[in-house]
Design a protein around this ligand. Sequence first.
Ligand SMILES: NC(=O)c1ccc[n+]([C@@H]2O[C@H](COP(=O)([O-])OP(=O)(O)OC[C@H]3O[C@@H](n4cnc5c(N)ncnc54)[C@H](O)[C@@H]3O)[C@@H](O)[C@H]2O)c1
Ligand SMILES: [Zn+2]
Length: 388
Amino acid sequence: MPLPMMRKSAAIRALTLACYPTSDIVTSPVRITVRSERASYQVLVGPGLLGRLVSLIKDVAVTPETTLVVTCPPVWRLHGRRVRSLVGGGRRPAIIPDGERAKTLRTVEYLYDELAGRGLDRSGTVVAFGGGVVGDVAGFAAATYLRGIRVVQVPTTLLAQVDSAVGGKTGVNLAAGKNLVGGFHAPALVICDTELLATLPRREFRSGLYEVIKYGVIASRPLLREVERDLPTILQCRPGALAGLVATCCRLKARVVSLDERESGLRRVLNFGHTVGHALEALTRYRRFRHGEAVALGMLAAAHVSMARGMLTSADGARLEALIRRLGGLPRVDDLGVSAALRLIARDKKVAGGRLHFVLARGLGATAIVPDVSRQELTAAMRSIGMK
Ligand SMILES: NC(=O)c1ccc[n+]([C@@H]2O[C@H](COP(=O)([O-])OP(=O)(O)OC[C@H]3O[C@@H](n4cnc5c(N)ncnc54)[C@H](O)[C@@H]3O)[C@@H](O)[C@H]2O)c1
Ligand SMILES: [Zn+2]
């Protein structure tokens, strides 16, 4: 059921928030509570949190003996020692292949075998230690094994820390498309240790930063200002400074998810930039763009529609574009056809039950969800970002 109109607009207003400072060093962990359908859970954000892993997970009654750590090779190689306390004593992690290609039912089956092989019962816990791919696939295995066991999300990419680890969406891809199988399964705990981000490849870091900018556009002008002002510091990846940024985004996502866990209304604001973004990813078979890069281009397209409708001034549109461009180059789009993208968007619309909710910027820091945008508007928007 969509939120009633009054409540929804009040809720959107309530989203506008102040930020944790990015310029100050955050040393003690920030605790954020997410209210989920069945229970609430905490998101902890701070540098060096994994140094206290065992005591942190004790809070949710997880013991190393009943835990399966799921990770991927690069994360295990770079940071495996940080979760040694969970995999010591002859235990080993379940290591799945790296990248989007691991988000399959085959990987889930491998995880079921690991869980069953280790005799984990309903008191068991999956610890998802990796980026969004590990989080989604391990989360889905946990959601379905024995009809659901606990999952603790320990996200290791900026994108996963500010977005995918919070909110309980889990799932895998099918040959027919991305995220076509999945379920909502709230984590028992989310631990965002910003020290992990120091080893992220530049491009992955920037990909997450575009999602941070998205939060600014949908709900927080101060956040946008912070990113504009502190970009050089942010790009240095100092864990203490990043903690403020991650905490601000998690707090925003926590608010949205607490109000609308199953995306019947308000949660859709998080999809700003994603309609065109998803089409760009699908057109290039998920090979050309990192997710955040496609979203960055999608935000520029959505800003174009917003400006054409008089909801965003050209000065604010130019400001958003300048910030996105300051982060660095984006992959080319001049060989990607608008009509093919429109077909993909129409297909997404069919999957969504014939209604595509397009998120527009209402100034910088607020949004409006409109039931439809016309082909002409979408065409002009996609041409404006350079598509053919
Ligand atoms: N569930 C949700 O709500 C939600 C939201 C947004 C995105 N997603 C999903 O998230 C996935 C994308 O996540 P992602 O961008 O984190 O990609 P990813 O998980 O593929 O990670 C990106 C790369 O970074 C490497 N990596 C991870 N942590 C690292 C570290 N600390 N140091 C060095 N390298 C590291 C990984 O090995 C990988 O090569 C997509 O599948 C998307 O569908 C889910
Ligand atoms: Zn996204």
